[in-house]
Design a protein around this ligand. Structure first.
Ligand SMILES: [Zn+2]
Length: 166
């Protein structure tokens, strides 16, 4: 069901709930079932299928089983500051990765990896994300993204190629 459009400009034209992404070796589950725009789901699915899942297999030698993404849609301004620009979350164009669970039950937190392999895996998928998304923030970027990695495809100004990647 589409979230109601609001005076603030929140809303998603073609909303979907994404519960899993088919990757090599099986489905990657998204237990938070984020509510997002269809166009964003397509980018996110490609990123998981082509980067997150195969790099997990190559680096950590285990299938990526699940990704915690947060709820996706959230009708709010950036940082909830009144009058600030509307958040990419309010248009269904963003998710916040919090943890990645492997088939062997290892759980890799975005804000704290245990061991060099897990740290280099996270560094690699974070760096690659800058090619797929227009904004990659965190962990630690702001109050909303203290312990997660924000990914969105919102266009910055008039440039389709401008990236915020920090
Ligand atoms: Zn976010």
């Amino acid at each position: 069901m589409a979230p109601p459009a609001s005076a603030e400009g929140c809303g998603i034209d073609a909303p979907i709930r994404l519960s899993s992404i088919i990757a090599d070796g099986g489905a990657v589950s998204l237990p938070d079932r984020p509510l997002i725009a269809c166009e964003f789901a397509a980018v996110l699915a490609d990123y998981v299928r082509l980067v997150v899942a195969p790099l997990g297999q190559a680096t950590l030698h285990a299938k990526v089983a699940a990704i915690e993404t947060g709820p996706g849609y959230d009708c709010r301004t950036q940082d909830r500051v009144a009058g600030a620009k509307i958040s990419a979350h309010a248009k269904g164009l963003a998710v916040d990765f919090m943890a990645i669970t492997l088939a062997d039950k290892r759980r890799i937190l975005v804000d704290r990896q245990t061991g060099a392999d897990e740290a280099s895996y996270f560094r690699a998928i974070r760096t690659a994300a800058c090619g797929w998304f227009t904004t990659v923030l965190g962990p630690g970027a702001d109050a909303f993204h203290a312990n997660n990695m924000h990914l969105d495809i919102e266009q910055h100004g008039s440039s389709v190629s401008y990236r915020i990647c920090q």
